[in-house]
Design a protein around this ligand. Structure first.
Ligand code: HEC
Length: 197
């Protein structure tokens, strides 16, 4: 019994000593980051964007892009904001850059079926599945309906359709993040076919 008690006292003392060693090693200089491991991972060879840099005349690392350059993934539609003026400007200045051939039309058709037909219907008559199932108000037919923004749907230009796919319109959501510009243009090409039906 006595031996057990002595052992207990001894182990408690040992734990106390070890514990204080751990605590005291963390204290001290509060500004110290402690031991550094693999220092070169903190100091990369490349300049950080916010770092001073004597290689440039203005002494900064981050430089403005040269005039007339485009960032990677640039979307021309950014020049045509989601406003009535942007919609009209897109109509006057944005034209389908893709060549109209069997392949682009087929791809446009597939994308249209996947992304638009559940509302607009496979023939663009405004009778997609969701209209029947959810009592969703039908969008106007591409060939026979009228745009809520004025004019006949069959007269909608490349730019207006591209602008609509990008930003959406009222109950139609924007498709900018789901479809890249090339995919949007393929769909525009196919919608222009549906306008003729
Ligand atoms: C959630 C259902 C829905 C989806 C999905 C949808 N639309 Fe629409 N779309 C509508 C509705 C509703 C309108 C009518 C909006 C209004 O005028 O208020 C409309 C309007 C339009 C218009 C007419 C725009 C104008 O200027 O009047 C075009 C063009 C169009 N959609 C194309 C597309 C294309 C292409 C797709 C696929 C990328 C698509 N829509 C996906 C519901 C949808």
């Amino acid at each position: 019994m006595l031996v057990m008690n002595k052992l207990r006292i001894l182990s408690a003392a040992l734990i106390a000593v070890a514990g204080s060693a751990v605590v005291s090693s963390c204290g001290g200089d509060k500004r110290s980051t402690g031991m550094e491991f693999a220092r070169n991972m903190y100091d990369p060879i490349a300049y950080n964007p916010d770092q001073a840099n004597k290689n440039f005349a203005n002494g900064q690392t981050a430089q403005l892009p040269p005039a007339n350059t485009m960032p990677v993934g640039y979307d021309k539609v950014d020049e045509y904001p989601n406003t009535p003026e942007g919609y009209l400007a897109a109509s006057n200045n944005l034209f389908n850059p893709l060549t109209r051939n069997k392949q682009t039309l087929t791809e446009g058709h597939t994308l249209y079926l996947n992304m638009c037909s559940h509302c607009h219907g496979t023939q663009g008559n405004g009778d997609g599945q969701i209209i029947k199932l959810e009592k969703f108000p039908p969008p106007p037919s591409y060939s026979k309906g009228n745009s809520s923004r004025g004019g006949a749907m069959k007269d909608l230009t490349d730019g207006k359709i591209f602008h609509t796919i990008t930003y959406g319109l009222n109950l139609m959501g924007p498709h900018r993040t789901q479809l890249n510009p090339t995919e949007r243009w393929k769909i525009v090409m196919y919608v222009r076919e549906l306008q003729k039906l």
